[in-house]
Write a protein that binds this ligand. Structure first.
Ligand SMILES: Cc1cc2nc3c(=O)[nH]c(=O)nc-3n(C[C@H](O)[C@H](O)[C@H](O)COP(=O)(O)OP(=O)(O)OC[C@H]3O[C@@H](n4cnc5c(N)ncnc54)[C@H](O)[C@@H]3O)c2cc1C
Length: 321
């Protein structure tokens, strides 16, 4: 193990790192902080496209409620630098394993590591309705825990893309009494009797028919226009993007995945250890429900397991000698 005493290491990327963390969001930076403080030679490779970038504010992280996601990550990068952790702005495009892991970067370099922590998050695929992508993170939202308080009591629409959108409509009814579920691509017959009873109990209005576009005026969402030409005044629209987990690197190493209704994620133990020896994961690369606070916590947990794993494996090697 390389004892990391230097807080201003150069980034020559040569030699073998103790740990390479792929992804520098909340999960990766939190892991890197623990690794740096454990004196491990650590590199973070980060493409710099965190999932919550469309939002100006990050909510629900104790003591950081309302901070901008960019500022949160910038502070994280400052903190890991204090412990000599290196960070490169690059994308890992391939990985293989012989004695160590060899991670190939899009910039052409290959970095080597004894252990890997993959915190590459997930990509949100938005419904292709005009207006949705432009307003995403502002008045087109996906998560009431992230933004519900900020838009409480406004006129909500929910753009259904599957019968699961009923659940979203029921959830957001906790933040407003004025909720309309636009069925869009979902047929009325796909809703169960239970769905209909709960929607009625929550006071959610159900509107069948395809949504043609969102109405945007003066840089604000003001309504939803249906393909039949009718319009409904709404100031907020909730959508459920399709989650595309960024698990390619782990798959390349043969990691076992498990299907969920929200994509296929690696099978992990409670520390985030995947089925591939030496590879851990955390944050949205591990599951859709990982909010920032969970991602940071998962990164910590994975990193401390990696530290223990390296110490024990070095001790075992010493004993064997
Ligand atoms: C619009 C929006 C608003 C949100 N608001 C909130 C909120 O208010 N509060 C909250 O708790 N949660 C919020 N979330 C959820 C939050 O985004 C996630 O919980 C959090 O981003 C998960 O952190 P992560 O580190 O797992 O992934 P990310 O933050 O997505 O970080 C992953 C990083 O890995 C990099 N990466 C990916 N692939 C590679 C690769 N191959 N090589 C190198 N780097 C790579 C990415 O570029 C990115 O920088 C929101 C989500 C969205 C979509």
């Amino acid at each position: 193990m390389t004892r990391n005493k230097d807080v201003t290491q150069s980034k020559d990327l040569t030699g073998t790192y103790d740990v390479v963390v792929v992804g520098g969001g909340a999960a990766g930076l939190s892991a890197a902080l623990v690794l740096g403080r454990s004196r491990l030679r650590t590199l973070v490779v980060d493409a710099g496209e965190p999932r919550n970038a469309p939002s100006a504010h990050m909510q629900g992280y104790l003591t950081r409620d309302g901070m901008s996601p960019a500022e949160f990550l910038a502070l994280g990068r400052q903190e890991i630098a204090r412990y000599g952790v290196e960070l490169v702005r690059d994308r890992a495009v391939d990985v293989s394993r012989d004695e160590d892991f060899a991670v190939r970067l899009v910039g052409g370099e290959t970095v080597r590591a004894r252990r890997l922590i993959v915190t590459t998050g997930l990509r949100d695929e938005l419904p292709t309705v005009p207006g949705v992508a432009e307003r995403y993170g502002r008045d087109v939202l996906h998560c009431p825990f992230c933004h519900g308080w900020e838009v409480r009591d406004e006129r909500f629409g929910v753009l259904a893309t599957s019968p699961l959108s009923v659940h979203q409509a029921l959830m957001v009814s906790g933040w407003s009494d004025d909720v309309t579920l636009f069925l869009h691509t979902v047929a009325e017959r796909e809703l169960s009797d239970d769905d209909l009873r709960r929607l009625a109990a929550a006071g959610v209005k159900v509107v069948p028919g395809e949504v043609a576009a969102l109405r945007i005026e003066d840089d604000r969402l003001t309504g939803v226009r249906l393909a039949d030409g009718t319009a409904h005044d709404r100031t907020v629209v909730f959508v459920a993007p399709k989650a595309v987990p960024q698990t390619g690197l782990m798959e390349r190493l043969g990691a076992q995945l498990q299907e969920t209704p929200f994509g296929a994620y690696p099978v992990v133990d409670p520390t985030g250890r995947t089925s591939v020896p030496g590879v851990w994961t955390a944050g949205n690369a591990m599951g859709l429900a990982e909010q920032v606070v969970h991602a940071a916590s998962g990164g910590y947990r994975a990193a401390s397991a990696v530290v223990g794993d390296l110490i024990m494996s070095d001790l075992d090697a010493a004993v064997a000698e």
